[in-house]
Design a binder for this molecule. Structure first.
Ligand SMILES: Cc1cc2nc3c(=O)[nH]c(=O)nc-3n(C[C@H](O)[C@H](O)[C@H](O)COP(=O)(O)OP(=O)(O)OC[C@H]3O[C@@H](n4cnc5c(N)ncnc54)[C@H](O)[C@@H]3O)c2cc1C
Length: 263
């Protein structure tokens, strides 16, 4: 039996107060959390639904950046005229997540807080050099994702928004699991004001960058520039879907396709 109280507060202050109970759990789209509860892998005493806080939803422009509220659904990012114009690769990536039901429930905040090793958003957040805003601070993308299902979020910390610099030249290529549609390997390449960034999801325990590819692409932004850069398969994921060696191979293939698509 489930034994929790369901709360749907209307303000972030009330959420923060409820999270004073360390066995309370936030619920956003519920696409990951509800299956986790069904499998009895989590047993919160309170479920705190973020769905009634308008300030957490929506997409806006802020100078040279786009700010996406934590409770914004994947389908809204995919359809947003602002995102399509300012960061088309991000809109396209959101449209590749799961299926229509998942995209109409799942949120950017839930996805990055969960940090599934095969999730798509972590690659976008890192490659685009985004900043994660919480109720307590701002966290740079490179510091946010710390390990498999782990992030820099502390107890009681809530993702409120993600700020993405506008980047026109970027692309995400995903070799998807045909059943779940999660990434077996996904590579997001972006030419940002801070240089070329290459972020890989699905291949390792958590999203990672490929500095050798970034350096080569900074000199020559062509698929040929990275064709001979081999990824070491030590520590990469290996399961019934793909071996570590195959995933390492896919990183190079997906990265070259992403660079080609940018052109
Ligand atoms: C069939 C299926 C296919 C999927 N395919 C893909 C895919 O192809 N690619 C992909 O990237 N994802 C995929 N997903 C995952 C999907 O994107 C989910 O939306 C995502 O993992 C979780 O988002 P959510 O809003 O549903 O969060 P929830 O399930 O509600 O929450 C997930 C976790 O994040 C915490 N949390 C939620 N919001 C916040 C917040 N604002 N601040 C701090 N913590 C928070 C919760 O407490 C919980 O621990 C798939 C899911 C399913 C069920």
């Amino acid at each position: 039996m489930y034994e929790f109280e369901y709360q749907k507060p209307a303000s972030l202050d009330d959420v923060t107060r409820l999270l004073g109970d360390e066995d309370a759990k936030l619920v956003a789209g519920g696409m990951t959390l509800i299956p986790t509860l069904k499998m009895r892998l989590a047993k919160p005493t309170q479920l705190v639904d973020l769905g009634a806080i308008p300030a957490l939803k929506g997409i806006s422009e802020d100078g040279d950046a786009v700010v996406i509220g934590a409770m914004t659904r994947h389908a809204d990012v995919n359809r947003s005229d602002i995102v399509k114009r300012a960061i088309p690769a991000l809109a396209a990536m959101a449209g590749m997540i799961g299926d229509p039901a998942v995209r109409n429930r799942g949120t950017i905040g839930g996805s990055i807080a969960n940090n599934d090793p095969a999730a798509d958003y972590p690659a976008a957040v890192v490659a685009l050099n985004a900043t994660v805003r919480t109720n307590k601070r701002e966290i740079a993308a490179d510091q946010f994702f710390t390990g498999m299902f782990e992030t820099a979020l502390q107890s009681g910390e809530i993702v409120t928004a993600v700020r993405f610099p506008k980047v026109a030249q970027a692309n995400y290529q995903k070799f998807r699991n045909p059943a779940s549609r999660y990434a077996i390997v996904g590579v997001f390449v972006a030419k940002t004001p801070a240089g070329v960034r290459v972020a890989v999801t699905g291949a390792g325990p958590s999203v990672f960058r490929v500095p050798e590819m970034e350096a080569a692409l900074a000199k020559s932004f062509t698929p040929d520039a990275i064709k001979d850069i081999a990824i070491n398969d030590d520590g990469l994921n290996s399961d019934i879907h793909a071996s570590a060696e195959y995933r390492a191979h896919l990183v190079n293939v997906m990265a070259r396709r992403a660079v080609q698509a940018c052109a």
